[in-house]
Write a protein that binds this ligand. Structure first.
Ligand SMILES: Cc1cc2nc3c(=O)[nH]c(=O)nc-3n(C[C@H](O)[C@H](O)[C@H](O)COP(=O)(O)O)c2cc1C
Length: 405
């Protein structure tokens, strides 16, 4: 016999209030009552509200592409769990009326240390794709990093952002293609080049594969294959590769890339070069040695290898490896102002977000992305007030402890 709707609702409410679910937030979200899935960005209490809304709106395969990690998704979870291993040391009785969130990156002042990480194929999440994100970044004055495999060309994105964006490079196995992408980004006015180095080993995205199998639609009716089945057909449909000879492209992340490649790139472009995907002190020191200008501590949001290590836990050793000589940015699992604060306290100059703004985009387009940025900025400001830190530069190691000590 079916329980009446009101009884089911009461049971769900009871389950949602259970302490067990506090420890299992993902389960709690999947049990969200239908009426609790937001229908407008202003209803959101936090960035997770956009996750549920995007999951409702997007086709399973496209939402699966956002969510997927590799193997058992352990590194995706680790990125979140890592935040809980650090606690805040808050100071009292400080006048916190004026709080300044601005930071400097390569000589440019930004209103906030929150950046938009590069993410490919954004038209899969909303018809306006990268343009909606760029307009939101413009409205909220955030730095945006554009992916090589974007569904919109860099020139159009810069026009929508009304300011330069950083350019993320997947170099492919063809030097001529890499060089052409870099020169196009330079000509478009990108002030910083970001080389992603964490996909060289390939990635086993099982959650994505399962989502594709659950999706009743046929991928091939809209687009040919994906990067894992044929890199050539994948890049052929990406605007940044138009006009380039991609006939010999077999991968977007070359298997033979070494520190010599960094030198070659260094000699090819005058742009500051940032490496994305560094997670150890040894590689951080090598990056400095090879003239790299900045590092993004990243495991690709748990989409590269299944290391099981949270980026926030990698951050201190990377900062140590640079000996303070180049700025360090971090991404992976940042969902709350307190998470961002912890990274800043551990030595990050700025923090990038990936999935949260893609959830905002998928759920509501530009207003969704704006709302995500607004929530995170507000939460960070609140955390700064609560800890008594009036500017980003004042947030240091003394404001966090690990494991309660
Ligand atoms: C759907 C999706 C697409 C991504 N595409 C790229 C990309 O094209 N280039 C890149 O360097 N990183 C890419 N990333 C990784 C992000 O830049 C970033 O490292 C990661 O999303 C941060 O973790 P978070 O999603 O937990 O915030 C992508 C991430 C997602 C979720």
């Amino acid at each position: 016999m079916n329980a009446p709707a009101s009884a089911r609702r009461s049971l769900l409410k009871f389950l949602l209030a259970s302490p067990l679910l506090v420890a299992l937030p993902e389960l709690a979200r999947s049990l969200q009552l239908p009426g609790e899935i937001i229908s407008a960005p202003e209803q959101a209490l936090n960035v997770f509200d956009f996750e549920a809304a995007a999951s409702r709106k997007l086709p399973p395969a496209h939402f699966g592409y956002i969510q997927t990690g590799v193997d058992d998704d352990a590194t995706v979870r680790a990125n979140r769990e890592g935040m809980g291993r650090f606690q805040l040391r808050v100071r009292r009785l400080i006048d916190v009326r004026e709080v300044d969130l601005s930071v400097q990156l390569f000589g440019v002042k930004w209103d906030s240390p929150i950046l938009l990480a590069p993410a490919g194929s954004q038209k899969a999440f909303h018809p306006e794709g990268e343009l909606a994100v760029a307009r939101a970044a413009n409205a909220k004055k955030h730095l945006m990093i554009l992916s090589t495999v974007s569904s919109t060309a860099v020139e159009e994105v810069i026009a929508a952002r009304q300011a330069p964006v950083w350019y993320q490079l997947y170099p492919t196995n063809e030097w001529a293609v890499a060089r052409a992408l870099v020169k196009r980004a330079e000509a478009a006015g990108c002030p910083v080049l970001v080389l992603t180095v964490d996909l060289q080993g390939g990635s086993n995205r099982e959650a994505l594969e399962r989502a594709v199998r659950r999706d009743p639609r046929k991928c091939a009716t809209c687009h040919q294959g994906d990067v894992f089945t044929s890199a050539r057909t994948y890049v052929e449909r990406k605007p940044m590769f138009r006009g380039l000879d991609v006939s010999r492209v077999t991968t977007i992340a070359p298997l033979d890339m070494t520190w010599d490649y960094i030198k070659r790139l260094r000699d090819t472009t005058p742009l500051p070069l940032v490496i994305k995907g560094i997670v150890t002190r040894e590689d951080a020191a090598l990056a400095v040695e090879h003239g790299v200008n900045g590092i993004i501590v990243s495991n690709h949001g748990g989409r590269g290898e299944e290391s099981g290590r949270a980026t926030i836990e990698c951050l201190p050793e990377v900062v140590e490896g640079t000996q303070g000589r180049i700025p360090v940015i971090v991404d992976g699992g940042f969902r709350r102002g307190t998470d961002i604060f912890k990274a800043l306290a551990l030595g990050a100059r700025a923090v990038a977000i990936g999935r949260p703004y893609l959830w905002g985009l998928g759920a509501f387009g530009q207003p969704g992305v704006e709302a995500v940025l607004e929530i995170l900025r507000r939460e960070l400001q609140t955390t700064m007030r609560q800890t008594g830190t009036l500017k980003i530069g004042a947030i240091n190691r003394s404001y966090v402890v690990a494991g309660g000590r």
